[in-house]
Design a protein around this ligand. Structure first.
Ligand code: 7RM
Length: 633
């Protein structure tokens, strides 16, 4: 690959070129990949429909770029290093040759089970090599993967399967996560009661939990793999053919299926991986995200493999068996790049330095942060104690919809500033706008963060509902892509993302819609209405605060038990990650005369700041505010 920026001057030159002649800039980047057939037009776009197409007419297969292309030069180099949940269990290292072989076999298993190009496949798996293999196997034959994070409920899986009309599910008997064992297959079985489109379930053995295997529907992965060869030519894909769907929460209703396509996503995830982290030959890259999120798609699987890198895949959690686990892994595998979330850093900070000091972290060269704003304290702790003030920290801002990092320092090249994502990457043209949609020029300003020009990794649509895509991202400020984030640009032109300006929460780096949580709470018997807001949480970044109106407390059930019932309901409907941290029973909610809940007031109370609630004169019944203030938890 010949697109890695080496100096700040080169960054500036690349940036300038990418703005002056975006098509020439990205065409040059894209030349680094293997195309079966070259594209005829680099870009066609408008943000009104929206309609964005990159590398039009180009033909490729992303797995040829991630696997086949490396076989001659690095067949014996580790592609994936797998570290299991239990540090005493033996891990696995897959070379590029082994990974290629296994992806081809899995792809043949899919074909044997009726999967054809364009079919949607749901993947609900633990963080094991087979998850990455399943993802790549789909891509090999042109099937569209929809990975669902292992923490989501049966209902959430069913919603996602039905939305995409998935034909097949790949799962495992269970998952090990820290001290817990999660019965994945049983959750899938519950989901599939309401999913008529699913014809087949492929089950991998991981935990040896007993599972129900339905004749004619369920098959064992291990047995299927015995029936196939490792010969599987890659399907020729159009640059704009769908590669995957990934569901993400917004401010209203059900999660949306964000659609990424083969050519643009490949170019963008690979380009940003190489540049942001400054990956060098033979380094070990450890991204701690789950492949169920976009960070895992782009920076565990596709970005690293497209660059022929070695990527570490960790099954467990940062605090199991103890808070030294990340550092033990860094030491054991001589990790060079560590990419994690502020919530993990804050959680590990609380255990003090002893778990850190037990391990040799001298292999580390670059540290990354993603998922939420990183507070100054966590930034400095990371810098001092993990990087030993010797590793650049890249605070990478981006979203599921972006495919890859948009605003971030380039490691060792861009001067960093704590809590700042710093500067846009080449090809990225951010603008700040005020409430009226007017672009705010100059530095030392703040506003809503938008993009005024497409980059290759931008979402193409939301699955099955293009109008929703237009409405959500392209209608608030006509002609711009709206991120939903607030942002300031300081005197140096550096960007600092301040958090969502819509009704989307960020809890431990997980995106959760307030409306989604409210809908789940409202499904509990006896709940009349609810309002959910976020509040600052020391470790999670944001906690979930729910105000709930019930018709009456059920007989024999005290308030505390009802709260726990509500938590159980939310867990059932969405998953444990969406459980409120605090529930307050109220008899009314602060509403305007037109019936709109004044969330601003509820947020203030949840923050514990009741001194100045601002203008409350438009309230229908100001007395409810006093009651809520008095009962705050
Ligand atoms: C990669 C990812 C996207 C939302 C986004 C922001 C927040 C992500 C940062 C950040 C401040 C960061 N995709 N966010 N990274 N905020 N600094 N470096 O997380 O779709 O799940 O979430 O996350 O609010 O809009 S995501």
């Amino acid at each position: 690959m010949n697109y890695q920026i080496q100096t700040f001057d080169e960054y500036q030159a690349a940036y300038q070129k990418s703005v002056e002649d975006p098509e020439a800039f990205w065409a040059e980047v894209a030349q680094n990949f293997h195309w079966r057939k070259p594209w005829t037009k680099t870009l066609q776009w408008n943000f009104d429909e929206p309609n964005v197409k990159w590398f039009i007419g180009g033909k490729l297969n992303i797995t040829e770029n991630c696997l086949d292309r490396h076989l001659a030069t690095r067949g014996d180099q580790p592609a994936i290093i797998w570290e299991p949940n239990d540090p005493h269990e033996a891990g696995v290292t897959l070379t590029y040759r082994m990974l290629h072989d296994q992806v081809c076999r899995m792809a043949n298993v899919l074909k044997r089970n009726g999967v054809r190009k364009g079919d949607r496949i749901c993947i609900y798996m633990p963080m094991v090599p087979e998850l990455a293999i399943a993802v790549l196997a789909c891509a090999r034959i042109g099937a569209v993967h929809s990975v669902v994070f292992g923490g989501f409920s049966a209902q959430s899986i069913a919603d996602r399967i039905n939305d995409a009309q998935c034909k097949l599910v790949i799962t495992s008997d269970g998952a090990f996560r820290g001290g817990k064992e999660i019965p994945l297959k049983s959750v899938v079985d519950d989901a599939l009661i309401g999913c008529p489109s699913v014809e087949r379930v492929i089950v991998m053995t991981r935990t040896r939990t007993p599972v129900a295997m339905l004749k004619g529907r369920d098959v064992w992965m291990e047995q299927e793999l015995k029936q196939v060869t490792a010969d599987c030519p890659a399907e020729e894909m159009d640059a704009e053919d769908m590669l995957f769907i990934l569901y993400t929460s917004g401010s209203t209703g059900k999660p949306k299926g964000v659609v990424h396509t083969c050519g643009g996503y490949m170019v963008y995830s690979a380009y940003t991986f190489s540049n942001v982290f400054q990956y060098k030959e033979n380094q070990v890259h450890f991204c701690t995200a789950d492949i169920g999120w976009i960070t895992g798609h782009s920076y565990i699987v596709y970005g690293p493999l497209a660059n022929g890198a070695t990527t570490l895949l960790f099954e467990g959690v940062p605090t199991y068996p103890d808070a030294g686990r990340f550092w033990e892994i860094v030491d054991k595998h001589q990790v060079n790049i560590l990419y994690t979330a502020p919530t993990a850093i804050r959680s590990l900070m609380s255990f003090g330095l002893e778990p850190v000091q037990k391990y040799d972290l001298s292999s580390l060269q670059v540290l990354g942060s993603v998922g939420e704003p990183i507070n100054a304290e966590a930034w400095h702790w990371y810098d001092d104690n993990i990087g030993k003030n010797n590793c650049p920290i890249v605070d990478t801002w981006w979203q599921t919809e972006n495919g890859g990092i948009l605003i971030s320092p380039i490691a060792g090249i861009t001067k960093t500033k704590p809590t700042y994502a710093t500067l846009p990457l080449p090809g990225v043209q951010p603008v700040l706008v005020d409430e009226n949609g007017k672009i705010i020029e100059g530095n030392g300003v703040s506003g809503n963060l938008c993009m005024k020009f497409p980059w290759p990794g931008i979402l193409r649509t939301t699955y099955g509902d293009h109008e929703r895509c237009r409405q959500t991202y392209f209608s608030t400020y006509p002609g711009l892509y709206f991120t939903g984030d607030g942002c300031l640009r300081d005197e140096d032109g550096y960007y600092r993302i301040t958090g969502r300006v819509d009704d989307v929460l960020n809890v431990s780096g997980h995106r959760i819609g307030t409306a989604e949580v409210e809908n789940a709470i409202n499904m509990h018997t006896g709940v009349v209405e609810s309002a959910v807001v976020g509040y600052p949480h020391d470790i999670k970044g944001q906690g979930i605060y729910a105000y709930v109106i019930t018709d009456q407390l059920p007989d024999g059930h005290d308030a505390d038990l009802t709260k726990r019932d509500i938590l159980a309901t939310v867990s059932r409907v969405i998953g444990p990650i969406a459980k409120p941290d605090k529930i307050q029973f109220v008899t009314g909610l602060p509403k305007t005369r037109s019936g709109k809940i004044m969330r601003r007031i509820l947020r203030k109370i949840a923050e514990g700041d009741t001194s100045n609630l601002g203008d409350t004169t438009t309230l229908l019944d100001p007395a409810v505010v006093e009651e809520i203030k008095a009962g705050a938890v």
